[in-house]
Design a protein around this ligand. Structure first.
Ligand SMILES: NC(=O)C1=CN([C@@H]2O[C@H](COP(=O)(O)OP(=O)(O)OC[C@H]3O[C@@H](n4cnc5c(N)ncnc54)[C@H](OP(=O)(O)O)[C@@H]3O)[C@@H](O)[C@H]2O)C=CC1
Ligand SMILES: CC(C)(CO)C(=O)C(=O)O
Length: 298
């Protein structure tokens, strides 16, 4: 399969690097990373290891591929979609956090699959990416149900050794992940604690409230996600990732823009379309956006 990875930073380089063992992969990345991969190949280290030689470029448009993987941060999704609109791609798959697929659908003609990734990735230096944890890619039709394209992409991922599930219930999975991120990411970022610190703490109750609100909005969107399931998902992730610093905490610590708009912000916006209020998500989003403004990031 010819696969274009749009936004090869940490996750895109890891997934693209693993796919490059059997597929024809092009990484759209920044220099000096793109230049280094072109000149000397890519080292995958850590929980996975490989030396591969995908193509790498900073050129955003004019590519042709069977599949475009979108792995930019959520706030760069619209720009990525606009660049992909000037490419010839047969299908698009997002592995980003937050609700980003709608932005891709609204700007692209190619079919868009929904995806989530729990692999851990860190771009150590140009040309070198660390797999910090073997997770799973889950992908499928955005509206759910069986899908031949998703099956083909899943088969291509598995052929490259990526732990991949093709799911027929992506709407529920996306909203459950959103509920987990809306709770854990925002609260850990604002309180500067590891995920495990939420267990049995008042801050954990705040995370539960954000997740319950998200589940309520999911149901308004006709996605079946009971409050109890969202709350239990938060507890499960807090327990399994107790020592992790959430991606949003890492962004705040590094003084980088967060993905709040596609997480808590998306919950607030979609709730408003239904005339529904989500005060916990609204508060968390306001605090994070105020921090970003104060830090000159938006
Ligand atoms: N890292 C991880 O372990 C995981 C990440 N995710 C999700 O995956 C997504 C990506 O995360 P992550 O890989 O960590 O983020 P990174 O910031 O490491 O990677 C995104 C990369 O895309 C680049 N980029 C943006 N626009 C362009 C462009 N027009 N042309 C070329 N390159 C571009 C960015 O460069 P620049 O910064 O210079 O703009 C950056 O290098 C997020 O939604 C995240 O939540 C999900 C699971 C795990
Ligand atoms: C699951 C969780 C909360 C793990 O830290 C995550 O997805 C993130 O940090 O973005």
């Amino acid at each position: 399969m010819r696969i274009l990875v749009f936004g090869a930073g940490s996750l895109g380089t890891l997934v693209g690097g693993l796919l490059a063992s059997v597929h024809d992969v092009t990484l759209v990345a920044r220099d000096p990373h793109a230049a280094r991969v072109s000149a000397a190949g890519l080292d995958v280290v850590g929980a996975e290891s490989a030396h591969v030689s995908p193509a790498a470029t900073t050129t955003e448009t004019g590519h042709s591929a069977d599949l475009a993987l979108v792995t930019v941060k959520s706030f760069d999704t619209a720009a990525a979609a606009d660049a992909l609109a000037d490419c010839d791609v047969d299908a698009v798959l997002s592995l980003q956090n937050g609700l980003t697929e709608e932005t891709l659908v609204s700007r692209l003609d190619a079919p868009v699959l929904a995806g989530t990734a729990t692999y851990g990735a860190r771009l150590v230096e140009p040309g070198r990416v660390e797999c910090t944890g073997v997770g799973r890619v889950v992908l499928g039709a955005l509206d759910g149900g069986p899908d031949a394209l998703a099956e083909r992409v899943g088969k291509a991922f598995r052929a490259a050794g990526l732990n991949t599930l093709v799911a027929t219930d992506m709407p529920r999975r996306r909203w459950e992940k959103l509920a987990v991120n809306a709770g854990i990411n925002a609260v850990t970022a604002l309180s500067r604690v590891e995920n495990g610190a939420l267990a049995g703490d008042d801050a954990g109750e705040l995370a539960h409230r954000a997740a319950r609100e998200t589940a309520r909005v999911a149901r308004l969107e006709r996605v079946s996600l009971p409050n109890r399931v969202a709350r239990e998902a938060v507890d499960r992730v807090v327990e399994k990732t107790a020592a992790n610093r959430s991606s949003m905490l890492q962004d705040v610590a590094a003084e980088k823009r967060t993905e709040v708009d596609a997480i808590n912000g998306a919950v607030v916006d979609i709730a408003a379309e239904h005339g529904f209020e989500v005060p916990t998500n609204r508060t968390l989003a306001a605090l994070l956006r105020a921090w970003e403004r104060g830090a000159g990031l938006r």
